[in-house]
Design a binder for this molecule. Structure first.
Ligand code: XLS
Ligand code: NI
Ligand code: NI
Length: 437
């Protein structure tokens, strides 16, 4: 088998003292932390669209990425040629899972029927490589935002025939995901929103979006696909406003349209910050509804206002994420998918490896630190204690919904004016920092 990355060794764990740029300092796949191995906790995934298809262009300049294995064409053969490259990348980086859009892996044909045929051929090849390497599909999705036909939306397009095209793509992408044993199927609605309300019937568009999701749920039942459906929140970009703008908006939409039993959220760090929230906020909202499914791991840039999709390197942030993942008992179908790209200046193939090794080590450190913080128990004990007044007496009655305004009025008038204990934010920040060293 020819090697596409001949100068890159298979990564090994060498521990924190190592200066080898192609070795893990923290990610040690089989090391057990709190009863599970690190690979079981973290369930890393690589994004086919970034690793194989991202040419690293930006709105002001052409792509810079060197991809010697790619002839630059949209041919089926070129799509087939990328597959062994991707699996060599996964093997060398010890990444167990991957994610794709239909159009990342397989090209559009002259007709829709030919497009679907291309996908079938590619899926056959992916299946072969999955079987040979043991790599798995974390989730699949359909790209319903790149082609000009989706310029005004797919499920929310004002044209019913465009909706039908989108539905056709979803059917085939879902079947491909099923065939490849995908553990989830994601909907990210980059064009499911509007550029201006002057031409938009928002209520009709939301009804149609829900109709599309119900059709997908029905089709999954029909074909026996039992993987988890996800919605991925993002407030804007490419649309001016996207309906799935943040966790709370997604949950409200799912509840309103009776879809909450079938969907969880796939939360992406840079989308959280674009929505004006922290990642922790978005995760807590989802966890509160028992709806955190998976994570698109990346980060934004404090100085740039768009979705820069940088690799996660900030250990403070990965610690916060892993505290929540541990707190909910770990991922089931989900994982940490690196929906992240190299900077335009990092155009050499080896930069793909530096990028992922950094993200994996940052999350491995976050996992270890979060586990220690959880074991220590001071943080969670503080929070429980802060709400202890609801564990008994009048507080327990409020929590149980077994009181009334009359009873609370009588209670409030019978007691001394309440005194608030400190929230101790700085003390808690100091505890976290103690664990980061
Ligand atoms: C774009 C999204 C996209 C989804 C999959 O901002 O993150 O990559 O993850 O369609
Ligand atoms: Ni994403
Ligand atoms: Ni994104």
């Amino acid at each position: 088998m020819s090697e596409y990355f001949p100068t890159i060794p298979a990564f090994q764990y060498e521990g924190p003292g190592s200066t080898n740029p192609f070795a893990f300092r923290h990610y040690n796949a089989d090391e057990v932390i709190g009863g599970k191995t690190m690979s079981e906790h973290l369930r890393f995934g690589a994004a086919y669209w970034h690793v194989m298809r991202n040419e690293l262009g930006d709105p002001f300049g052409a792509g810079t990425a060197l991809m010697p294995w790619d002839d630059g064409s949209e041919s089926l053969q070129n799509a087939l040629n990328r597959i062994p490259v991707f699996f060599e990348f996964l093997e060398k980086s010890q990444i167990d899972y991957y994610c794709f859009h239909d159009r990342d892996i397989s090209p559009e044909g002259a007709t829709l029927t030919e497009t679907h045929k291309n996908l079938d051929r590619i899926v056959q090849e992916l299946e072969k490589f999955q079987n040979e390497t043991g790599k798995k599909l974390l989730w699949g999705t359909a790209c319903l935002f790149s082609h000009p036909r989706y310029a005004q939306g797919a499920a929310t397009s004002p044209q019913a025939d465009v909706f039908a095209y989108g539905a056709s793509q979803i059917k085939h992408a879902l079947e491909a995901t099923h065939r490849l044993g995908g553990e989830g199927y994601t909907f990210w609605g980059g064009r499911e929103g509007y550029a201006t309300l002057l031409n938009t019937d928002m209520k009709r568009e939301l009804d149609h979006l829900a109709a599309m999701l119900h059709l997908a749920v029905d089709h999954a039942k029909k074909i026996g696909y039992t993987g988890q459906f996800y919605i991925e929140p993002k407030p804007r970009e490419p649309s001016t406003h996207q309906y799935d703008s943040d966790s709370a908006a997604c949950l409200n939409f799912l509840r309103e349209y009776d879809l909450l039993d079938h969907f969880k959220l796939n939360i992406e760090t840079n989308h959280a910050t674009l929505a004006g929230h922290t990642m922790e906020h978005e995760l807590d909202v989802a966890i509160g509804a028992n709806a955190l499914g998976s994570i698109d791991a990346n980060r934004g840039d404090e100085l740039i206002g768009w979705d820069t999709d940088q690799f996660p390197t900030n250990v403070y942030d990965t610690t916060q994420v892993m505290l929540r993942v541990l707190g909910m008992g770990g991922f089931t179908t989900g994982g940490l998918n690196f929906d992240a790209k190299r900077r335009r200046e990092s155009h050499e193939p080896e930069d793909l490896f530096h990028a992922h090794i950094g993200g994996m080590d940052a999350f491995a450190r976050g996992l270890k630190i979060a586990h220690k913080i959880a074991e220590d128990g001071r943080m969670s004990a503080f929070v429980s204690e802060r709400y202890a007044s609801y564990d008994s007496g009048i507080g327990a009655e409020i929590a149980a919904g077994s009181t009334s305004l009359d009873a609370l009025d009588a209670h409030a008038q019978s007691i001394k004016a309440p005194q608030l204990p400190s929230g101790r934010q700085e003390m808690l920040e100091n505890i976290i920092n103690d664990y980061l060293v």
